[in-house]
Design a protein. Structure first.
Lengths: 134, 134
């Protein structure tokens, strides 16, 4: 379980202006008239916040969280005022055939809002290294 | 084909400080000693830049680019000074069974650097709407 991150309306707009400049991420009235029915964070903003929560929440990878890729889904948008947290579980460990000290670890990370609703599921592949023997 | 986006060292560090605070994204000497062998952008930064290029490059979705999720892979990192562009192609169109004016469109977007090397492939599912009949 990670810490929490409160998503401010201003940060939704700032992220969107730089990386996802679409009306439903930038402007509340325009968002109201869109399929989102109100200002919605970019999915990539949710993904970036999730990464922050994973890094600062201390997933147990000694060399850091080195992502190779994964599958992402956004069942509902993040909204202004949402307080997000991430729950991660290891799904699978795939040892490298050629590099005995390496493995690819599949981690399912679910990002939840303050009402326990899922805003993102990311099943990521992380490159992991065995700790040196003591 | 999108426009291009030059990735500055400062923006790599700024993004990482906010969303992916790991040494290999923040500090060139630390990154030199890491598996990346030099400062590397967060994969989520590459993803966010890719979204910017998709939005500003005018993918032909009338209601905007509404992503439901997808599969992402980062075969190599984005580096300071890289000039990125995105090539997108529609892979599949899945009409909605219940909503006749909606479809899910699978788009493969490949993000390339100035040497033509792939830094990201994202196969995204985009919610699309039929244009109103003329």
């Amino acid at each position: 379980m990670s810490g929490v991150y409160r998503v401010e309306q201003d940060s939704i707009k700032t992220f969107a202006a730089e990386f996802d400049p679409q009306p439903f991420h930038l402007d509340a009235p325009a968002a109201q008239a869109s399929i989102f029915g109100g200002l919605a964070a970019s999915g990539w903003h949710t993904a970036a916040i999730t990464m922050r929560l994973m890094v600062t929440g201390g997933l147990p990878f000694a060399a850091g969280i080195i992502g190779l890729g994964g599958e992402i889904v956004w069942p509902r948008p993040t909204r202004a005022g949402d307080i997000l947290r991430v729950e991660s579980e290891i799904v699978e460990i795939l040892p490298s055939r050629s590099k005995p000290n390496q493995a690819v670890v599949k981690v399912r990370s679910t990002t939840l809002n303050q009402d326990g609703e899922t805003v993102q599921v990311f099943i990521g592949k992380i490159l992991a290294f065995k700790r040196a023997a003591a």
